[in-house]
Structure formats: C-alpha cells, structure tokens
Write a protein of this length. Structure first.
Length: 474
C-alpha cells in the first residue's frame, strides 16, 4: 500500500483531497495531513511516507523549502505539487526539484480524480523501474571512476529524453530528476560511453554533459543529490552552449550566500544607472563581474533585474532615452549576459539618436539619479550644474531636451509622485510627507500638489483609500 501525506495550509483543501479521491483503487492510503512544511517534516520523521502532495504557498515553510529539505532527507519520496494556475514559475522550480507531477487546484473539480491518480501512479511505476535500488560504489565488483550526467536547462520541455540511450552490461543509467540523467560505466568502457553521450548533446535542449570525478565511497543517492544541487547553483553560471562538457569534482564545494547584502545590490544599481557601462568596455566588464560575483540564485537574480528594468522605465520610458524590455525567463547566466549585451546596444542606439555627446547624456542621467535618491533635499538646476561642472543654461537646455521637462518641472513632478505613494500607503501627517519630498512649508506643498493633481493632499488620500476599499469589497 502506497502511503500518502497531504500538505496544505487550507484545511478544506486537505479534507477535500483526502475524502474525494479514490485512493484505494490505486493501492494508496492517506496516512496523514500537515498544514505547513515544518509540520510535514515532523510527520515524515515519525512514520514512512511514499507519496507527498504539497501546496507551494504556505506559511512557516513554503512547499519549495519543504521539497528541498525532503529531497535531502528522503531521496526516495515521491512528490506531487498542488498549485494554482498563476504559479507557473513555482511549478517550474518544483519540477526541477524533483516533483513527479503537479495538480492545479482549480481543475480538481473538472478533472476526473481517477485520471489524476492514474497519471501519478503510472509515473511512480515508471520511476520504480528506472531508479532501482543501487548499492554504494565500493560494494560493487565493477570499478567506476566517473559518473556522467546529461542535464537539460530547458525546464519548460515536457519531452522525455533521451529515449534511445540505454544501459548495457555493467553500465548504470539512472534518472536524477526531470530532464536529468546520469550514467556510469566500467573503466574500459568509459571512453565509449563519453563519446555516445557527447554525440547525444544535440538532442538535448540547452544540454550540458557533466563529467563527475572523485565519486568513490559515495552512494548513488549522494551522487544524485550532488548533481541536483550542482544544477541548482553552480551550473547556472558554468553553462556555455559553445562548450557544453563540464568536468567537475565532488570534492569541490561551491558555497552560495544565502542572501545578498544590501550594499552589494545597491552597488550594482548605481553602476547600472551612474556609470557609462553601455559605451565603455571597461565599465561593462566591471558591471558583469559585479553581477557574477554575487552568485545569486535564479530567483534572486530575476528579482534584481526586474527592479532595475522597472526603475529605468519609470525614469526614462517617456523620454528620448527610451525604455528597456525585460527578459521573460532565463535558465543560465549565458542568457542573462546576452540580454545585458542586447540592452546595452539598445541604450546606445537611443543615445545616438540625440544631438548631445555621451558625456552630456551621462551627466543628465546622473542628475536624475541624484534627485531621485535625495528627494528630501531641494536641489536646484544651478546647484546641480555646478556639481556636474556644466554651465547652468546649457544644463537646463540639455535636461529639457532629453527628459521632456524643465529641471524644475521634473523635480516637482517626481516629488509629487513620491508624495502620492506616502499618502496612499502610510498614515503619516501631511507635514511629515512634505518634508520627505523636499518641502519645508506644508501650505506651499499643498498648493503645488493641487496644481499638479487638482486635489489637496488630504482629498487625494481620502479618494485613494475609498477606491481601495471598493476594490477589496468586490
């Protein structure tokens, strides 16, 4: 009997799945429920479980965190993800972490429960045939020096590959996770296996071949987990489609910082906005190295790039300096760097369409960033032009041509825009908000606010919060 654990923070979902599905018809039995990942781990420690169905978005410990922990502690546990349609990125992460399937909650009422369980049971049976229990390497009479892992970074592909490659004789073939397989062959057949796998790379979307050494005294489960961890961290940066064979040692430890430091993130943002990296190779290479040195996980890197794009477009999308497009998804640093290079080219083209020198364009961008990051200070065109070593009249002319507003108009606009955020998202006084956006006189601030918005700050706050209440009540 296959023992099943259901993990979801919604009690009704747990009870519904437990009672509605025909578990016994597929030789399955629900032996427990848990409301979060932490409680699920406690349950797994207390009694055996063969199949775990887990939600992804849960308090205390998310489903992704639970999967990472369970994968290390219970490598033979099968995991199915319970999710919503909009959790696409989470689904991809879960499949990469070894989930054998996922169930969209909104489809549970539409799909036949028998079909869902049949699909899960078939997948478990398929894996049972492939991932047979193997002894540790030193328990075998055959000497294996290396393990080869054929990995696809294309997480969206549903293709089951490589179908035509099979194990012969004393060769070992084992599915590591979805779109990732590993092989081992006796020493006298290593070269032949390597050539065979290398030739198969062109069948694998975004494929890479890992040649893993120092495998002695390891169990197959340890090797499998090492491959999954390497794929999750180091391979993201090591992958190169022009050189897809990577030699690695299991003795090498590649540690990643758990969280990036705020000062390192700020340094990258400053380099993006305040150095002429788009026009000079030296600054470009420096920015690339700053990104790579952080060794951010894919999700962290995606968040950083997204924040940079949003900030850039907020500042420059409506100006002659143009907007930049966000990369929709990436599976490797190689793709990220290609996007950065393409973005630099787009920014250069936008700059070249103006009649100003690059030095002047960079000065205007720097002025924008100075004002943006110091809204509580009353910068003037005269003061900034002196700081940037440009005559006041020429600075004002360049600023208006490039940004579409005079410096004073722009300064007033961004201060009022920031004050709108404070009004809607804080309960601070009008005087407090006025000071934070560079106005020491509350009455003067209110007059400027009404000129630009048609309302007093208090009226804007009241109207905005009324709209929020109507939206939340729908």
């Amino acid at each position: 009997m296959i023992k099943v654990l259901i993990v979801d923070d919604d009690k009704l979902v747990r009870k519904g799945i437990s009672s509605a599905m025909p578990w016994s018809e597929f030789n399955m039995e629900v032996v427990g429920e848990a409301s979060n990942g932490s409680k699920a781990l406690d349950f797994l420690k207390s009694q055996p479980v063969d199949l775990m169905l887990t939600d992804l978005a849960m308090p205390v410990m998310s489903g992704i965190e639970l999967m990472r922990a369970a994968r290390q502690l219970y490598p033979e546990l099968h995991i199915v993800v319970l999710t919503l349609h909009q959790d696409f990125d989470y689904i991809q992460e879960a499949l990469r972490l070894g989930a054998i399937d996922y169930i969209a909650k909104v489809q549970l009422e539409k799909e036949q429960f028998e079909h869902v369980l049949h699909r899960i049971r078939s997948r478990m049976d398929e894996l049972a045939k492939t991932n047979r229990k193997l002894p540790s390497l030193h328990e075998l009479n055959v000497h294996y020096r290396k393990v080869y892992a054929l990995v696809s970074l294309d997480r969206k592909s549903e293709q089951r590959w490589p179908l035509e490659l099979t194990a012969h004789g004393d060769e070992i073939r084992w599915e590591v996770e979805r779109n990732s397989w590993m092989w081992a062959a006796p020493e006298h057949r290593e070269d032949q296996l390597f050539q065979q796998l290398q030739q198969s790379l062109n069948q694998v979307p975004q494929g890479t071949l890992l040649v893993i050494s120092d495998i002695q005294e390891r169990t197959w489960s340890q090797i499998q987990n090492w491959i999954m961890n390497y794929t999750e961290t180091s391979l993201f940066y090591a992958y190169n489609p022009d050189d897809p064979v990577i030699a690695v040692s299991m003795n090498e430890e590649d540690t990643f910082p758990e969280e990036p430091r705020d000062e390192d993130i700020d340094r990258i943002k400053q380099s993006w906005f305040q150095t002429p990296w788009t026009h000079h190779d030296g600054y470009y290479n420096q920015l690339i190295e700053q990104f790579k040195s952080l060794r951010l996980h894919r999700g962290q890197l995606m968040g950083l790039l997204y924040s940079i794009v949003m900030e850039w477009n907020r500042l420059f999308a409506q100006t002659t300096l143009g907007r930049i497009s966000m990369i929709h998804s990436f599976q490797s640093w190689h793709e990220v760097e290609a996007w950065i290079k393409q973005t630099a080219s787009g920014i250069r083209k936008a700059d070249e369409q103006t009649s100003y020198s690059q030095e002047i364009i960079d000065a205007v961008k720097k002025a924008v960033m100075i004002v943006q990051h110091n809204l509580d200070q009353a910068y003037t065109a005269s003061g900034l032009s002196q700081q940037l070593n440009i005559s006041r009249s020429y600075f004002s002319q360049c600023f208006k041509d490039l940004m579409g507003k005079t410096f004073n108009e722009y300064s007033r606009f961004i201060r009022i825009e920031k004050s709108k955020e404070y009004l809607l998202n804080t309960n601070n006084t009008i005087f407090w908000i006025a000071e934070r956006v560079g106005y020491t006189d509350e009455k003067y601030f209110s007059r400027m606010f009404r000129e630009l918005t048609g309302m007093l700050p208090s009226e804007y706050r009241q109207a905005g919060r009324g709209d929020k209440q109507q939206t939340s009540s729908r």
